[in-house]
Design a binder for this molecule. Sequence first.
Ligand code: ADP
Ligand code: MG
Length: 280
Amino acid sequence: MTVTVDTAKLPMLLTALRLPTFARLWPEFCARANKEGWPAERLLAALCELELSEREQRRIQRHLAEAKLLPGKTLDSFDFAVVPTIAQARVRALAEGDGWLQSGHNLLAFGPPGAGKTHLGSAIGHELVQHGYRVLMARTSDLVQRLQTARQDLALSQEIAKLDKFDLLILDDISYVRKDQAETSALFELIAARYERRSIMITANQPFSGWDAIFPDRAMTVAAIDRLVHHATIFEMNVESYRRRTALASATALRDKGDVADDTDPQEKEPATPSSDIDT
Ligand code: ADP
Ligand code: MG
């Protein structure tokens, strides 16, 4: 006996139920099920599983877009060999998330320009998003600007609360907070609000001793550092600029291949540094 089923409304129903994968795949899957005589349970389970896995993928894509990470700056493109002070296994473990994000543990990366701090932050962010966490990466001065604007509108605590949805805030280049920004305590309030609850990663060109210009006064600088380091992993990346290193390596490779004229003064093969290394 052939039963005819009215499928005309199915696309509308599936859209109303927010099941885009079902809506896309049911014609093909149902046709196959009918042809191959699948039990109804098998058809249902197959569509449900695909809907769920595609939903997960869509979620990760959304969280990647909101995270503002640097495309391509991932752990796979990070060469750990040039930063011997950083244990790859430790970074990979952190990048999986787990306990440290739940307890508001922080990550601090110190090193000169070009050491790979921003790359490392972005890379950890990419991994965490893949593992289901929410991340936001920003230049510290941009984020402080946003907080200051909120403060002028008497909405600083709401703005800080909005950032609570992110398991990790990556504040890139804290040393570039401008003098006028340092005159308000917006950054301190963010750090204090997240203390022991929500994680922060900070990258800095300057050691703590140079942080006085970032906060309104010495006492607040000490209080901020105290909160940041209480539960923290510190990456000391005191290595030569990666840009400079790779520029030198390619100049050497060219010379070894004979592509560079022999009469060139070796001094001229040195790339222009360090001005090109300064990130702003
Ligand atoms: P920083 O933030 O410390 O100034 P960046 O992370 O911006 O340095 O690194 C400068 C450039 O060098 C970027 O293009 C980055 O991808 C690259 N780089 C730095 N360190 C590494 C590394 N260990 N492996 C691969 N690329 C690196
Ligand atoms: Mg940087």
